[in-house]
Design a protein around this ligand. Structure first.
Ligand SMILES: [Zn+2]
Ligand SMILES: [Zn+2]
Length: 73
């Protein structure tokens, strides 16, 4: 999955009074519900060679998001 977005404007998808997922209008991506409560402090870098921004996978909420600084070739 190619995500080049930090999901700053993600909105919760609420069903039955519970947040079940998240949607990011910036990249149209789906996020796990845990995205909203996670501080994303435990990440690994998963940047592919052709990606302009560093990509991180959060091991706590299982979401992928981009860093704000472009990769310097
Ligand atoms: Zn996004
Ligand atoms: Zn997280």
């Amino acid at each position: 999955m190619k995500v080049q977005c930090a999901h700053p404007d993600a909105v919760p998808v609420v069903s039955g009074g519970q947040t079940v997922a998240g949607l990011c209008p910036g990249c149209d991506g789906q996020l796990p519900a845990a995205w909203f409560t996670c501080d994303h402090s435990d990440t690994i870098e998963v940047t592919a060679l052709d990606q302009r921004y560093p990509q991180y996978l959060c091991l706590q909420c299982d979401a992928t998001f981009a860093g704000s600084e472009p990769v310097i070739p």
